[in-house]
Design a protein around this ligand. Structure first.
Ligand SMILES: C[S@@+](CC[C@H](N)C(=O)[O-])C[C@H]1O[C@@H](n2cnc3c(N)ncnc32)[C@H](O)[C@@H]1O
Length: 206
Protein backbone atom coordinates (compact mmCIF):
# COMPACT_ATOMS: atom_id res chain seq x y z
CA UNK A 1 0.00 0.00 0.00
CA UNK A 2 1.29 3.46 -0.88
CA UNK A 3 -0.31 6.80 -0.09
CA UNK A 4 0.53 9.50 -2.64
CA UNK A 5 -0.15 13.05 -1.44
CA UNK A 6 0.09 15.70 -4.15
CA UNK A 7 0.01 19.37 -3.12
CA UNK A 8 -1.29 21.20 -6.19
CA UNK A 9 -0.96 24.84 -7.28
CA UNK A 10 1.22 25.76 -4.30
CA UNK A 11 1.42 29.56 -3.86
CA UNK A 12 5.11 29.60 -4.79
CA UNK A 13 6.92 31.60 -7.46
CA UNK A 14 10.28 33.30 -7.96
CA UNK A 15 10.54 36.89 -6.74
CA UNK A 16 11.76 39.65 -9.08
CA UNK A 17 15.56 39.59 -9.55
CA UNK A 18 16.69 42.39 -7.25
CA UNK A 19 14.45 41.30 -4.40
CA UNK A 20 15.91 40.61 -0.94
CA UNK A 21 14.11 37.24 -0.79
CA UNK A 22 14.24 34.66 -3.60
CA UNK A 23 10.53 33.72 -3.54
CA UNK A 24 7.50 35.96 -3.70
CA UNK A 25 6.09 36.34 -0.17
CA UNK A 26 3.04 38.39 0.74
CA UNK A 27 4.79 39.80 3.80
CA UNK A 28 7.54 41.38 1.67
CA UNK A 29 5.95 41.77 -1.78
CA UNK A 30 2.43 42.80 -0.92
CA UNK A 31 2.40 45.62 -3.47
CA UNK A 32 3.22 43.16 -6.30
CA UNK A 33 0.40 40.79 -5.34
CA UNK A 34 -2.38 43.03 -4.02
CA UNK A 35 -5.15 43.51 -6.56
CA UNK A 36 -3.96 40.71 -8.87
CA UNK A 37 -6.88 38.37 -9.80
CA UNK A 38 -4.84 35.39 -8.57
CA UNK A 39 -3.87 37.00 -5.24
CA UNK A 40 -5.34 34.01 -3.33
CA UNK A 41 -2.70 31.77 -4.84
CA UNK A 42 0.43 33.91 -4.71
CA UNK A 43 3.09 34.73 -2.16
CA UNK A 44 2.56 32.01 0.43
CA UNK A 45 5.51 29.54 0.22
CA UNK A 46 5.03 29.00 3.97
CA UNK A 47 1.97 26.83 3.16
CA UNK A 48 4.11 24.41 1.14
CA UNK A 49 6.87 24.59 3.77
CA UNK A 50 4.51 23.49 6.56
CA UNK A 51 3.00 20.71 4.41
CA UNK A 52 6.42 19.29 3.54
CA UNK A 53 7.66 19.42 7.15
CA UNK A 54 4.57 17.58 8.38
CA UNK A 55 4.57 14.99 5.62
CA UNK A 56 8.30 14.22 5.48
CA UNK A 57 8.38 13.90 9.30
CA UNK A 58 5.24 11.75 9.45
CA UNK A 59 5.06 8.23 10.82
CA UNK A 60 3.67 7.16 7.45
CA UNK A 61 6.86 8.37 5.75
CA UNK A 62 9.04 6.64 8.37
CA UNK A 63 7.13 3.47 7.54
CA UNK A 64 8.03 3.88 3.84
CA UNK A 65 4.38 4.13 2.76
CA UNK A 66 4.25 7.77 1.61
CA UNK A 67 5.02 9.50 -1.67
CA UNK A 68 4.91 13.31 -1.68
CA UNK A 69 4.84 15.63 -4.67
CA UNK A 70 3.79 19.17 -5.47
CA UNK A 71 3.15 21.58 -8.31
CA UNK A 72 3.06 25.38 -8.23
CA UNK A 73 0.37 27.83 -9.26
CA UNK A 74 2.88 29.68 -11.45
CA UNK A 75 3.77 26.55 -13.48
CA UNK A 76 1.21 23.77 -12.85
CA UNK A 77 2.45 21.65 -15.78
CA UNK A 78 5.61 20.73 -13.86
CA UNK A 79 5.52 18.69 -10.66
CA UNK A 80 8.25 17.86 -8.16
CA UNK A 81 8.57 14.47 -6.47
CA UNK A 82 10.28 14.41 -3.09
CA UNK A 83 12.48 11.54 -2.01
CA UNK A 84 11.25 9.99 1.28
CA UNK A 85 14.69 10.61 2.81
CA UNK A 86 14.59 14.35 2.07
CA UNK A 87 14.44 16.51 5.23
CA UNK A 88 13.11 19.99 4.37
CA UNK A 89 15.06 22.85 6.00
CA UNK A 90 13.43 23.88 9.30
CA UNK A 91 14.27 27.49 8.63
CA UNK A 92 11.84 29.25 6.27
CA UNK A 93 14.64 31.37 4.82
CA UNK A 94 16.66 28.28 3.94
CA UNK A 95 13.53 26.60 2.56
CA UNK A 96 12.96 29.59 0.24
CA UNK A 97 16.55 29.32 -1.02
CA UNK A 98 16.15 25.62 -1.76
CA UNK A 99 12.84 26.00 -3.59
CA UNK A 100 14.15 28.98 -5.57
CA UNK A 101 17.09 26.83 -6.73
CA UNK A 102 14.59 24.10 -7.71
CA UNK A 103 12.37 26.48 -9.70
CA UNK A 104 15.36 28.06 -11.46
CA UNK A 105 17.22 24.89 -12.44
CA UNK A 106 14.65 22.05 -12.12
CA UNK A 107 16.79 20.31 -9.48
CA UNK A 108 18.57 20.74 -6.15
CA UNK A 109 22.16 19.79 -5.36
CA UNK A 110 21.28 16.76 -3.25
CA UNK A 111 19.02 15.38 -6.07
CA UNK A 112 16.38 14.52 -3.46
CA UNK A 113 13.70 16.35 -5.44
CA UNK A 114 13.13 15.52 -9.11
CA UNK A 115 10.91 17.24 -11.64
CA UNK A 116 8.39 15.47 -13.85
CA UNK A 117 5.48 16.60 -16.01
CA UNK A 118 2.29 16.76 -13.98
CA UNK A 119 0.48 14.80 -16.65
CA UNK A 120 2.99 11.95 -16.46
CA UNK A 121 2.87 11.96 -12.65
CA UNK A 122 -0.91 11.80 -12.33
CA UNK A 123 -1.92 9.98 -15.48
CA UNK A 124 -2.28 6.45 -14.08
CA UNK A 125 -4.90 4.14 -12.60
CA UNK A 126 -4.36 5.12 -8.96
CA UNK A 127 -7.68 5.89 -7.22
CA UNK A 128 -7.60 9.62 -6.53
CA UNK A 129 -9.50 11.77 -4.03
CA UNK A 130 -9.60 15.54 -4.27
CA UNK A 131 -9.87 17.01 -0.78
CA UNK A 132 -12.03 20.11 -0.65
CA UNK A 133 -14.45 21.78 1.71
CA UNK A 134 -16.91 21.69 -1.18
CA UNK A 135 -16.77 17.88 -1.44
CA UNK A 136 -18.99 15.11 -0.07
CA UNK A 137 -19.13 15.72 3.69
CA UNK A 138 -17.79 12.55 5.23
CA UNK A 139 -15.91 13.83 8.32
CA UNK A 140 -12.93 12.10 9.91
CA UNK A 141 -14.64 8.77 10.56
CA UNK A 142 -15.95 8.58 7.02
CA UNK A 143 -12.51 9.47 5.70
CA UNK A 144 -10.84 6.79 7.82
CA UNK A 145 -13.18 4.19 6.31
CA UNK A 146 -12.21 5.31 2.78
CA UNK A 147 -8.50 4.61 3.31
CA UNK A 148 -7.79 1.46 1.36
CA UNK A 149 -6.41 -1.58 3.11
CA UNK A 150 -4.99 -3.00 -0.09
CA UNK A 151 -4.75 -0.52 -2.97
CA UNK A 152 -2.53 2.53 -3.54
CA UNK A 153 -4.42 5.81 -3.25
CA UNK A 154 -3.76 9.44 -4.11
CA UNK A 155 -4.95 12.55 -2.27
CA UNK A 156 -4.91 15.99 -3.89
CA UNK A 157 -4.61 18.99 -1.55
CA UNK A 158 -4.50 22.66 -2.62
CA UNK A 159 -1.29 24.43 -1.58
CA UNK A 160 -2.79 27.94 -1.50
CA UNK A 161 -4.66 30.26 0.83
CA UNK A 162 -7.89 31.01 -1.05
CA UNK A 163 -10.01 29.73 -3.92
CA UNK A 164 -10.23 26.47 -5.79
CA UNK A 165 -8.10 25.06 -8.57
CA UNK A 166 -7.44 26.77 -11.90
CA UNK A 167 -6.36 23.66 -13.75
CA UNK A 168 -8.45 20.58 -12.88
CA UNK A 169 -6.56 17.33 -12.24
CA UNK A 170 -7.92 13.80 -12.75
CA UNK A 171 -9.80 12.47 -9.70
CA UNK A 172 -12.47 9.93 -8.80
CA UNK A 173 -14.26 11.69 -5.93
CA UNK A 174 -14.24 14.93 -3.92
CA UNK A 175 -14.24 14.56 -0.13
CA UNK A 176 -14.72 17.10 2.66
CA UNK A 177 -13.22 16.32 6.06
CA UNK A 178 -15.05 19.04 7.97
CA UNK A 179 -17.50 21.95 7.70
CA UNK A 180 -14.55 24.23 8.50
CA UNK A 181 -12.07 25.51 5.93
CA UNK A 182 -8.88 23.81 7.04
CA UNK A 183 -5.31 24.76 6.25
CA UNK A 184 -3.46 22.66 3.67
CA UNK A 185 -0.98 21.46 6.30
CA UNK A 186 -3.79 20.41 8.66
CA UNK A 187 -5.36 18.35 5.86
CA UNK A 188 -1.98 16.84 4.92
CA UNK A 189 -1.41 15.91 8.58
CA UNK A 190 -4.84 14.29 8.86
CA UNK A 191 -4.33 12.18 5.74
CA UNK A 192 -0.87 11.01 6.82
CA UNK A 193 -1.86 10.35 10.43
CA UNK A 194 -5.09 8.47 9.72
CA UNK A 195 -3.32 6.36 7.08
CA UNK A 196 -0.61 5.47 9.63
CA UNK A 197 -3.28 4.67 12.22
CA UNK A 198 -4.96 2.29 9.81
CA UNK A 199 -1.59 0.68 9.15
CA UNK A 200 -0.93 0.38 12.88
CA UNK A 201 -4.30 -1.32 13.29
CA UNK A 202 -2.97 -3.95 10.95
CA UNK A 203 -5.63 -3.03 8.45
CA UNK A 204 -3.32 -2.19 5.58
CA UNK A 205 -1.44 -4.96 3.88
CA UNK A 206 1.03 -4.91 1.02
C1 LIG B 1 -6.97 26.97 2.68
S1 LIG B 1 -7.69 25.73 1.74
C2 LIG B 1 -8.16 26.58 0.32
C3 LIG B 1 -9.46 27.26 0.55
C4 LIG B 1 -10.62 26.70 -0.29
N1 LIG B 1 -11.55 27.80 -0.48
C5 LIG B 1 -11.35 25.57 0.43
O1 LIG B 1 -12.39 25.85 1.00
O2 LIG B 1 -10.92 24.40 0.33
C6 LIG B 1 -6.36 24.76 1.17
C7 LIG B 1 -6.70 23.32 0.83
O3 LIG B 1 -7.05 22.62 2.03
C8 LIG B 1 -7.97 21.58 1.71
N2 LIG B 1 -9.15 21.75 2.55
C9 LIG B 1 -9.52 22.87 3.23
N3 LIG B 1 -10.64 22.64 3.94
C10 LIG B 1 -10.99 21.35 3.71
C11 LIG B 1 -12.06 20.52 4.17
N4 LIG B 1 -13.00 20.97 5.01
N5 LIG B 1 -12.09 19.23 3.74
C12 LIG B 1 -11.14 18.75 2.89
N6 LIG B 1 -10.12 19.50 2.43
C13 LIG B 1 -10.04 20.78 2.83
C14 LIG B 1 -8.29 21.68 0.22
O4 LIG B 1 -7.51 20.74 -0.49
C15 LIG B 1 -7.87 23.11 -0.10
O5 LIG B 1 -7.51 23.26 -1.45
Amino acid sequence: MLVHIHIFEAAVELAPKRSKYPLLDLSYHNSLIRGSPSAGKRGRPDILHRCLLILQDSILNHLGKLKVSFSTYSDPEISYVIDPSMRPPRSYIRFMGLIAELLRTGEIKSSLIRSISTEELLNDEVHTFLLSKAGEKIGLKGFFSKISTTEPQRFLIGGFQKGFWEKPLPHDAVLSLSDYTLSSSQVAGIVATLSALKLENGEIRG
